[in-house]
Design a protein around this ligand. Sequence first.
Ligand code: ATP
Ligand code: MG
Length: 343
Amino acid sequence: KKRIVSGVQPTGSIHLGNYLGAIKNWIDLQNTYETLFFIVDLHAITLPYDTQQLSKSTRDTAALYLACGVDSSKASVFVQSHVRAHVELMWLLSSTTPIGWLNRMIQFKEKSRKAGDENVGVALLTYPVLMASDILLYQSDFVPVGEDQKQHLELTRELAERVNYLYGGRKWKKLGGRGGALFKVPEPLIPPTGARVMSLTDGLSKVMSKSAPSDQSRINLLDSKDAIANKIKRCKTDSFTSLEFDNPERPECNNLLSVYQLITGKTKQEVVEECKDMNWGTFKTVLTDALIDHLNPIQIRYAEIMSDTTYLDNILAEGATKASSIADVTLNNLYQAMGFLRR
Ligand code: ATP
Ligand code: MG
């Protein structure tokens, strides 16, 4: 079976963008591929964060994976920091990563420009190396990537090739190495439709995100019915009379119709037929009901999972053990190939 890895940062409440852009797709993937889904807590500390919240967000995120349908009998579910190899590989890879490659990362440029050099931790710069470690440790064949991570995956691929070239092949064989390349070069897996869910308050220039200051800009998977109704009622719309996809002057309209399409599983054509003559008021009611219908069973399963702490802990422990057994092989091979004295 081909292998896939993916994860979400425990930086806040999981929202519709995380669900439609990532977690929901995992449910299909876990049937076809060998999958590892982790909570990338080490990534959640690259910007200032609340130490009181980190472990809670990590558990919540794990519980939501399961509540959304990730099946721990098929997928390995674990917490990144529970598998030491991630950080270890990162150091080894750092020695091979040119600073220029990292300086070019758009996300770093944007985030560091806002905060200023004196306020930004080195980890914000080196975070793509940790992400490369997350992927390469498991010899992943595919990585589902949204628009935001494309450049980082490209860096991962280049790093894999660089390490294979510098330390792999005949040199590694001479050091006693066995097997193929040190790293498999992973391919991107572009999610089917609606890859980007936009903010409820700005459908043109902002994506829905955990770290956006306003909670009104997103629907969280754990939002109450009232909160969902309220957010949809107040979300940004326009003054056109009917509803349509793909009109560049109507980004909010396109976003809300896309959300409706994804959450109901209808085709685009079906949504057009159903909604084109609706006014905003009618559509908002229809969308609210659809969201509540879809999220309610997830919230019920979430509550069940959280009511039994050992259940989740056991799944995470099992996941970490399985992940470590794969990761350690990759890491030990690299130590050997880089010429370290073996234990
Ligand atoms: P943060 O604001 O802390 O970066 P985030 O909401 O962007 O949080 P991430 O943890 O960075 O979430 O991303 C987790 C996964 O969710 C990734 O696969 C990412 O592509 C996907 N994702 C995040 N936001 C959206 C969105 N608005 N639409 C679709 N997919 C999204
Ligand atoms: Mg993000």
